[in-house]
Design a protein around this ligand. Structure first.
Ligand code: FAD
Length: 543
C-alpha cells in the first residue's frame, strides 16, 4: 500500500530558511532550476521501481527522521564539483545516492535530516564503455544492472555476463560502493571493480589506479596503479562522490546448471556448512550460494503470513511444515541453491563430487528441477546465478501488510559451529520480540554473510520499534561473540561502527582523521558508517 505522509519542514541545521532558499536559487542558476527540487511535497513511498529519492520508503524510525531538504540532479562531474563547492560555501550537508534503491539499508535517505540529496543517477546514467576484448565496462552512477545487461545483449556480446544482486534495479556503482553481493563467481562486486573517478569533499577530482596516468589504457584492467591503493576509502564511506567506475565482466562459461538440495533438520546446518567449506574454497561450489531456511520458501511465494496463521508472534513451525508438504519441494528445513558452470562434462565432474558430499547428511535430497513449475522461486535463483537481472525476490516483502525490511548481516568463517551460534542467537532474539526469523547464509569464498531480513509493517510504530530493538540486541549479542556486520542500515551505523572498537577505537580515530583532512567543513554525508566530521562529533548526533 502506498502511503502519503504529513510533512514537517526540513531544512539543514544551522541555516535559516530564507538563506537556504537563496542558496538553492544560486545552485539552480548553475544546474538549471529544474534540477534543484525542494522537498516540501508529501512523502510518497511508491514501490521498488518507482521509489522516492527524498526519504527511506522502508522507514524504521519516525517518518520525518531521515528526510532530504532538497534533491539536486547534476549532469556531469563538473556539476558535482559545483554542488560540492556550493555546499562548502553554506556549510550544507549533502548526501550522494546513485539510484537510491538501497532498501533494507536506508533507501535514498540521508543520515542527517535536512541534507541535500544529490541524485547522481537521474542524469548521469551513461554506459561510457563496454570493452568486448578486455571484458570490462565503465559506467556512470545511474546505470542499473538491468541497463548494463540490456546494453550487452543489444550489442550481441554473448561471450560476456554481468553479475547482479537479487534485484536488478539497483545501481552498479551504488551497490558496489556499499560492497553489495551478487551470485555468480563475480559476486563480490567490490573485488570486481577496477578504477574510480571521485569528486573529493573540497571539490577536486581524482582518478584512482591506472586512471591517474594520462593516456593510459589499463584503467579497467589493472585496479591498483602505483602507490597506496586508495579505492578502499571510498567504499561505505563519506570521503568522496564517485562519478565513474570500471567493472570487470565475466566470460560466458559455456553452459550452466542450477541445482538445489533439501535438508531435513535444523541441526543439519552444522554438518552442511562443514561440507560446504572445502568445496567452496576449492571452487567445486563456484558461486556465492545461498543456504535458506524453509520459512523463506513459504514467504517468497508472495502471500501474506495471515494466509497461514492469524495469531501474533512467530508463525509456528508446524504450520510452516504443513504448508511445505503441499508445495513441489516438500518438507525440509534448509535449502541449498547453487550453480555449476561450464560445458556438461566439466559440470558433471563437479556435480558428482557435490552430490556425494551433500548426501553424507542423512535425509539430504537433490531436487530435480524438471519437477518444478515455471513460477517456482528456484528459477529466479537460476536466472540470477546466470547474471540475468530479476525482481522475484521482492515477493517476500509481502509477508506482512505494508511490508518493509531491515537486515542483520553478520560475517563469520564458513564453519558449522559459527553458523549454529549465529542461527541460535538470531532465533532467540526473534522469539523474544515476536518476529518471524528468516535466515539465509550467503557463502563467499572464505566467509559467509548471514542475512536475516526482518520484515515489518512500516505503518505500525510498535512493529517498527520491535524490529529496531531486535536488531540492536542482535548486533550487540553478535559483537560479544566476535561477529561484525558487513553492511548496515543508516540508523544502526553508529552502533555497528562502535563494535569495531579494537585498540580503543583506533580504526574510527583513523577514519575521523581522514574525514577531517578530506572534508574540513564536514559537508559530505555526515554520520555515514558512523563517521562524523569534527563539526558534528560528540554533539548528540549518534544514535
Ligand atoms: P544507492 O542507494 O544509490 O547507493 C547505496 C549507498 O551508497 C548510498 O546510500 C550512498 O551512501 C552510497 N553511494 C551511492 N552512490 C554513491 C556515489 N556515487 N558516491 C558516493 N557514495 C555513493 N543488495 C545486495 O547487495 N545483494 C542482494 O542480493 C540484495 N538483495 C535485495 C533483495 C531485496 C528484496 C531488497 C529490497 C534489497 C536487496 N538488496 C541487495 C539491497 C539493495 O536493493 C541493493 O544493494 C541496491 O543495489 C542498492 O541500491 P542502489 O544500487 O540504488 O544504491
Amino acid at each position: 500500500e502506498t502511503k502519503t505522509r504529513e510533512r514537517l519542514p526540513a531544512i539543514p541545521q544551522g541555516i535559516d530558511k530564507s538563506t537556504f532558499i537563496k542558496a538553492l536559487d544560486e545552485l539552480g542558476d548553475q544546474l538549471g532550476t529544474d534540477n534543484v527540487e525542494v522537498n516540501e511535497k508529501p512523502l510518497v513511498d511508491g514501490w521498488y521501481m518507482e521509489h522516492p529519492n527524498t526519504h527511506d520508503m522502508m522507514p524504521i524510525l519516525d517518518d520525518e527522521e531521515l528526510v532530504a531538504s532538497a534533491v539536486v540532479y547534476p549532469s556531469s562531474t563538473e556539476e558535482v564539483q559545483r554542488i560540492v563547492l556550493w555546499a562548502n560555501k553554506y556549510s550544507i550537508p549533502i548526501f550522494p545516492i546513485s539510484m537510491g534503491r538501497n532498501l533494507g539499508y536506508g533507501g535514498a535517505a540521508p543520515r542527517v535530516r535536512g541534507s541535500v540529496v544529490i541524485d547522481l543517477g537521474k542524469r548521469m546514467n551513461k554506459i561510457l564503455d563496454i570493452n568486448p576484448n578486455d571484458y570490462t565496462c565503465l559506467v556512470e552512477p545511474g546505470v542499473s544492472f538491468y541497463a548494463l545487461y540490456e546494453a550487452i545483449q543489444a550489442k550481441g556480446y554473448d561471450h560476456m555476463w554481468i553479475d547482479t544482486p537479487d534485484l536488478g534495479g539497483g545501481s552498479v556503482i551504488g551497490n558496489t560502493l556499499d560492497r553489495g553481493v551478487g551470485y555468480t563467481p563475480y559476486g563480490d562486486h567490490w573485488a570486481c571493480h577496477s578504477g574510480l573517478e571521485v569528486v573529493l569533499p573540497t571539490g577536486e577530482v581524482i582518478r584512482t589506479g591506472m586512471g591517474a596516468l594520462p593516456g593510459n589504457n589499463t584503467w579497467q584492467t589493472f585496479p591498483y596503479g602505483f602507490g597506496p591503493y586508495s579505492d578502499g576509502i571510498f567504499s561505505q564511506s563519506n570521503f568522496g562522490i564517485v562519478t565513474k567506475m570500471g567493472m570487470t565482466l565475466m566470460p560466458n562459461p559455456g553452459g550452466y546448471e542450477s541445482f538445489m538440495y533439501a535438508f531435513q533438520k535444523e541441526g543439519d546446518l552444522e554438518a552442511l556448512i562443514e561440507i560446504i567449506r572445502p568445496l567452496r574454497i576449492g571452487n567445486i561450489l563456484e558461486n556465492v550460494a545461498q543456504v535458506r531456511h524453509a520459512i523463506q520458501t513459504l514467504a517468497v511465494k508472495g502471500l501474506p503470513r495471515t494466509k497461514y496463521f492469524s495469531g501474533d508472534g512467530p508463525i509456528p513451525e508446524e504450520i510452516v511444515r504443513e504448508q511445505l508438504r503441499k508445495m513441489p519441494i516438500g518438507d525440509h528445513t534448509w535449502l541449498y541453491y547453487g550453480m555449476s558452470y561450464g560445458p556438461p562434462h566439466i559440470r558433471k565432474y563437479k556435480l558428482d563430487i557435490i552430490d556425494q558430499e551433500f548426501k553424507k547428511i542423512p535425509g539430504a535430497r537433490k531436487i530435480d528441477p524438471s519437477t518444478l513449475p515455471e513460477d517456482e522461486y528456484f528459477w529466479s535463483r537460476d536466472r540470477i546465478a546466470a547474471g540475468v537481472p530479476d525482481l522475484v525476490e521482492l515477493l517476500w516483502v509481502n509477508w506482512v501488510p505494508n511490508g518493509a525490511h531491515v537486515a542483520f548481516s553478520p560475517v563469520s568463517p564458513i564453519r558449522g559451529a559459527d553458523a549454529m551460534k549465529l542461527f541460535n542467537l538470531g532465533k532467540r532474539r526473534h522469539d523474544e520480540f515476536g518476529i518471524d526469523f528468516l535466515p539465509a547464509f550467503c557463502v563467499g569464498l572464505r566467509e559467509m554473510h548471514l542475512i536475516v531480513e526482518i520484515v515489518y509493517d512500516k505503518n505500525d510504530p510498535v512493529k517498527r520499534k520491535a524490529a529496531n530493538d531486535c536488531l540492536r540486541e542482535m548486533i550487540d549479542d553478535a559483537a560479544k561473540e566476535g561477529y561484525g556486520e558487513y553492511r548496515t542500515h543508516l540508523v544502526l551505523m553508529d552502533q555497528v561502527a562502535g563494535t569495531y572498537s579494537w585498540n580503543d577505537g583506533a580504526l574510527m580515530k583513523f577514519n575521523e582523521r581522514l574525514k577531517d583532512a578530506l572534508d574540513p567543513n564536514g559537508i559530505l554525508a555526515p554520520g555515514k558508517s558512523g563517521i562524523w566530521p569534527a563539526r558534528y562529533r560528540g554533539r548528540g548526533w549518534e544514535m
